[in-house]
Design a protein around this ligand. Sequence first.
Ligand code: NBP
Length: 478
Amino acid sequence: PTANIGVVGLAVMGSNLARNLASREGNTVAVYNRSPGRTRDLVAEHPEAGFVPSESVADFAASLSRPRTAIIMVQAGAATDAVISQLVEAFEPGDIIVDGGNALFTDTIRREADIRPTGIHFVGTGISGGEEGALNGPSIMPGGTAESYETLGPILESIAARAPEDGAPCVTHIGTDGAGHFVKMVHNGIEYADMQLIAEAYDLLRNVGGYTPAQIADIFAEWNTGELESYLIEITAEVLRHVDPVTGAPFVDVVVDQAGQKGTGTWTVQQALALGTPVSGIAEAVFARGVSSHPEQRSAVGATITSRPQPQVVPDTFVEDVRRALYSSKVVAYAQGFDEILAGGREYGWQLDPGAIAKIWRAGCIIRARFLNLIADAYERQPDLVSLLADDFFAKAVAEGSDAWRRVVATAALSGVPAPAFSASLAYYDSLSVDRLPAALIQGQRDFFGAHTYRRVDLPGVFHTEWSGDRSETKVSD
Ligand code: NBP
């Protein structure tokens, strides 16, 4: 055996990850792909990497030193299952199989349970950062056993992105079995919310504020020097500045306004529903992509409209108001995302460290942002924080910006510019912060039609009112 680490699946992600691994001191990388052409191409194009290629799984296994460690980067689903069973055949107890694809975490839990009796470690690992991240340093979210992390950790640390603030590698052992893929899933949900919020800010600046895409590019570039500094704000400015070479129009105006998706946002919302965790900002972001992608409904409903509201006249503070609304809504998206992470931890028995998770998202991944340091600080100050919105720092920041946030949501509504994620985030903040919610009335309705009972504010116990009789109240239980 000559290699200390192997990669199976040499499409764009696997090739880039293999090259990243090979570029680190001390690594020799074995590579294998189902179609040998890909393996040959990679080895021919990158002689500097010193890859150890194989054209069969048996040869691949033989080329790895023990404990064998292999990272699978193939299509999620059936392809991953096929590759796992081939590796399980060829590997021995103590060896480590890492799935670096975008698996659904429940698949990872199932696979880990299936493989455990063989004595082989199975480590579902979220890898974020796309092709570029895989090559130059992704953010890595490994699950699996603590024992497997002893071998795997140093290898992953060597290839992970490094946080600009302190140089720490963007990888930490997230928790057992599916924890890594679960956290990666929620990361993607937060990414959907972040993108939608930025898109709403752009839409308001353009269609209410009257700014051009080039001017908005400048506004975003300016915002990127402050508390909103992040990869997504940075690339948004680039996209808005880009001019279509064919027509000379702003690039954003020649793109069909229907957003695609590959499913991880949907998974995040489905899981949130199953866990009973409200992630309304993330859900609105996923739904907004869905709404955009129904042109038949959009044109049919649009055809019924004879007049649209005039954009509101906006105050001089509008740009700053939108910036503050964006910041506050972003706090809500992260608050909801971290709620889901912690709820998942409770449900599946993972000891998750939200501060450590915030830290490994500071570089390498799509949601990398200066902001994540503040989240890590909040959980450091108060490890049992019940909501990011209850943290002293974020509470103050959001309260200071709340007038601006309300003005922006109201202006959007009065102008007929949809701002679903801004609005849902504000409603969530208000719901958590008012004294009384109309949930009391809902309890009354439930008791009326279904005898579902209610609790009283002034007495202990559970009660029911005889709605169809004399409306007397009975105490059902203590
Ligand atoms: P793809 O998701 O396009 O998968 C292509 C690879 O899967 C090829 O190596 C292909 O082998 C292999 N494969 C298939 Br398809 N069926 C197979 C089977 N039955 N047995 C063995 N191998 C099989 O590659 P990718 O875009 O590089 O992504 C790899 C993983 O990384 C995916 O799970 C993806 O979701 C995840 N991911 C992607 C990104 C991204 O930005 N693209 C980011 C983060 C994570 P072949 O060459 O023989 O057809």
